[in-house]
Design a protein around this ligand. Structure first.
Ligand SMILES: C[S@@+](CC[C@H](N)C(=O)[O-])C[C@H]1O[C@@H](n2cnc3c(N)ncnc32)[C@H](O)[C@@H]1O
Length: 249
């Protein structure tokens, strides 16, 4: 029986920790993912969103290019939803590629390509064009100039109407709003049992961003996609982790 509060609204019988877990049982029960790093509570949901979007908008045989594919976790999710897509995964790490190749052995439409996104022109792909390019949690490893070069290169690989999906951290830039982001991180920690970042002040946040960790500002992405003749919009945002969708006109 739901309680009523003083203004007549029904009080929801469970705290967020309970109802979010009920809403996403496949994520919290480890069916889709058990994040071994325990430092990225939004990862499972946002990868699930990307896999769902690809699944619901792709045509049979569509070619997908995954930049920074790692060991093929996104492909594992995708394969569970659609078996008729052709995937090319690119990564700089040969061990990750070997483990992806082993996991997807026998699936001839899946290709695993060694390549450095800092030098995209040196990457040889098995197809000339793609219907979708996706990159998850990789762009912060690149400088801003390298990010723009990858977006340009990927745009050239996309067929007209093709889509670029980007999931990554974005750089927080407003010190006056930082306390609100801290509240989001605290909430995530309460729900998931592990957090994302622990800095209490904007200065500490800036100081702790490692030199090789280079999240871009949301505004920069809008400019870069526009410069690559793509229409972009935020598809999903949880605090400082964004999914941007861009379409080649
Ligand atoms: C945090 S992991 C994400 C892996 C996968 N996309 C996922 O979401 O599970 C980042 C990946 O980017 C790859 N990476 C980093 N810098 C790269 C570069 N310059 N060129 C190609 N891959 C790179 C790493 O090897 C790693 O597999």
């Amino acid at each position: 029986m739901q309680e009523e509060n003083t203004v007549g609204w029904k009080k929801f019988p469970h705290p967020p920790e309970v109802w979010i877990k009920r809403q996403y049982p496949q994520i919290f029960n480890g069916i889709h993912m058990d994040d071994p790093i325990k430092s990225h509570p939004t990862r499972a949901e946002q990868l699930d969103i990307i896999a769902t979007v690809i699944t619901e908008t792709s045509s049979p045989g569509d070619r997908i290019l995954d930049l920074g594919c790692g060991t093929g976790y996104l492909e594992h999710l995708l394969w569970g939803m659609r078996e008729d897509l052709a995937v090319t995964g690119v990564d700089i790490n040969p061990d990750s590629l070997a483990s992806a190749a082993k996991r997807f052995a026998g699936r001839s439409a899946y290709h695993w390509i060694a390549g450095d996104l800092r030098m995209v022109d040196a990457i040889t792909l098995p197809h000339n064009d793609y219907q979708l390019v996706v990159t998850c949690l990789t762009f912060h490893d690149l400088t801003n100039g390298e990010k723009q070069a990858v977006i340009d290169w990927a745009s050239a690989k996309l067929s007209t109407g093709g889509v670029f999906l980007l999931l990554d951290r974005i750089r927080l830039v407003e010190p006056t709003l930082f306390a609100l982001q801290v509240a989001l991180w605290n909430r995530l920690e309460r729900i998931h049992g592990f957090g994302m970042r622990s800095e209490g002040t904007f200065n500490a946040y800036e100081a702790n961003i490692a030199p090789n960790n280079n999240p871009a500002r949301l505004d920069d992405y809008c400019v870069w996609f526009k410069a690559s003749k793509m229409k972009s919009q935020v598809l999903h945002l949880h605090g400082n982790i964004v999914i941007i969708a861009a379409c080649k006109e």
